[in-house]
Design a protein around this ligand. Structure first.
Ligand code: MN3
Length: 219
């Protein structure tokens, strides 16, 4: 079975004091688990349960008859990505390629930090803030409800959950304080750099395949 609740990549108390153990337990063991279970049930009904989650999402995106499956599958994927977007002792300015890209595409770290927190705070209602690679450039974006960049041809590098269940126990209605705390103290830049380099490997392989195809006479 492909669909399963992934374990958190750190203990439940590891993100304190910025995200409490109580919030993480509820968020992972109740909310995320429910999205995974519902995805399994709905995917079985339409015989998609053996597909990887990414393919279920891509095959159900923007199809009214599959809306419930898309919503649950996208939430299952988004949450697994969100846990890995955070780490104890994270946040602050990045290093590596993502730092160079932020300087080039987003005007530097300070401007990223301000705009990313503002995007998270300004998303109306439930949704997500993202750092993505879009047509070869970094961008800050938001999605509403369950929607996810992987349904729109973008490559996510980092995610921030702005549904109330992500912060209400710890911050009540102060979403801006939650966003600022995560940007300063928890964002996992190693994960962002891994996502960038994985993407480059895929792009390079595609370029090589295209180059070798054009090199075959008569092909
Ligand atoms: Mn959530």
């Amino acid at each position: 079975m492909q669909l399963a609740l992934p374990p958190l990549p750190y203990p439940y108390e590891a993100l304190e004091p910025y995200i409490s153990r109580a919030t993480l337990e509820l968020h992972h063991c109740k909310h995320h688990k429910a999205y995974v279970e519902k995805t399994k049930t709905l995917a079985k009904e339409v015989r998609l349960a053996d597909l990887p989650l990414e393919l279920i999402i891509q095959q159900t995106a923007r199809q009214d008859r599959h809306r419930a499956l898309f919503n649950n599958a996208a939430q299952a994927w988004n949450h697994a990505f969100y846990w890995r977007s955070l780490q104890p002792g994270g946040g602050g300015a990045p290093d590596g390629e993502v730092a160079a890209r932020i300087d080039r595409d987003l005007g530097g770290y300070e401007s990223f930090a301000t705009e990313f927190a503002a995007a998270a705070t300004g998303q109306f209602g439930s949704g997500w803030a993202w750092l993505v690679l879009d047509s070869g450039k970094l961008a800050i974006t938001t999605t509403a409800n369950a929607d996810t960049p992987i349904a729109h041809g973008q490559i996510p590098l980092l995610a921030l959950d702005v549904w109330e269940h992500a912060y209400y126990l710890d911050y009540q209605n102060r979403r801006a304080d939650y966003a600022e705390a995560l940007v300063k103290h928890l964002l996992n830049w190693d994960f962002a750099n891994q996502n960038l380099s994985r993407r480059r490997t895929v792009a390079d392989a595609t370029d090589r395949a295209a180059a070798s195809q054009t090199a075959i006479p008569g092909a």
